[in-house]
Design a protein. Structure first.
Length: 312
């Protein structure tokens, strides 16, 4: 009975006391953490397979053969606690990434009640687009990882052995995957800002020179290779996605302006006023204003007292 009464008394606009907000936040966080914990436990079980999968980009030397120059490398653990810490780090990162649809939805669902009705409908679209974009960025990073690793290993001088820590290799791989995945979310953020009315497509189009330059600088800094392959692999797709977001925003603004006749007006330009009085369901013409009562005069029939009419 109490639960049904609470559901009936719930405000349709999402307004609730502070205690209810904190309780909802606790429930949302609990659901997100449970999803991350479940995936982390599964990743712990298959941690060895995950390590082999993520270290495929490193050209390892054959057993009994030491690395000579930049041809291959030896991957090993350097400290006693390295296997444990590396396994925990890998499992937690896998949990955060794989369970991202769950905690992203919980985060958006907590914020959505404070938005307008037309903004709430973008909840599922946001999560549905964020996951494929992040996956595409992560997959692209995994494809160019072998090239990046070979370029870095090739810098090893001849006659030197290249012994790599497995923790460093996994940290480098996960950082590349996360950076590429998060970078691919930039167009989605711009589209969401446009859909909520915060940012217009015309303004985004005016930023294209600075955005393209910033994307290429970001790609050159974040990718550790000295060749332009990593930079182009990151900056090229992001630039294409950015122009796609601009095109979508311009079309959305045009659709929104067709429904708003005053959208094309400047800030200091007044809109035309419709002076036709309207009533519910009908339009009535304005009648002739009633004339003011005629003032009394001194003629017979008029009322004057001491030279003044009775109205005064």
């Amino acid at each position: 009975m109490l639960k049904s009464a609470r559901k009936q008394d719930k405000d349709p606009e999402g307004r609730m006391p502070l205690v209810e907000h904190l309780r909802e936040l606790r429930n949302r966080l609990a659901k997100g953490l449970l999803a991350v914990a479940a995936v982390t436990i599964v990743a712990l079980v298959y941690s060895e397979e995950l390590m082999q999968f993520l270290t495929k980009s490193v050209p390892t030397c054959a057993p009994g053969v030491s690395s000579n120059g930049g041809n291959c490398a030896i991957v090993s653990f350097n400290t006693l606690m390295a296997p444990f810490s590396t396994t925990i780090q890998l499992s937690l990162t896998t949990g955060l990434v794989v369970a991202s649809p769950v905690w992203l939805y919980q985060l958006w669902a907590f914020v959505a009640p404070g938005l307008h009705k037309n903004e709430k409908k973008y909840t599922y679209a946001f999560v549905a687009a964020a996951v494929p974009l992040f996956s595409a960025g992560a997959y692209l990073a995994y494809l160019i990882l072998p090239i990046s690793v070979r370029v870095l290993i090739s810098l090893t001088p001849e006659g030197s052995a290249n012994i790599l820590s497995l923790g460093d290799v996994l940290d480098f791989t996960l950082r590349m995957v996360l950076v590429f995945g998060l970078a691919f979310e930039l167009p989605l953020v711009l589209v969401m800002l446009n859909l909520t009315g915060i940012l217009t497509g015309r303004r985004m189009a005016g930023w294209w020179r600075g955005v393209i330059m910033g994307v290429f600088i970001f790609g050159a800094v974040i990718t550790p290779t000295t060749d332009p392959v990593g930079m182009l692999a990151l900056a090229g797709p992001i630039s294409i996605l950015y122009f796609g977001a601009v095109g979508f925003s311009l079309l959305n603004d045009r659709r929104r302006n067709r429904a708003n006749p005053d959208a094309e007006l400047d800030d200091d330009e007044a809109s035309s006023l419709d002076l036709t009085p309207e009533t519910v369901g009908a339009v009535e013409p304005v009648g002739t204003a009633k004339a003011l009562p005629e003032q009394s005069t001194g003629e017979p029939g008029g009322h004057r007292v001491n030279g003044y009419d009775d109205i005064t």
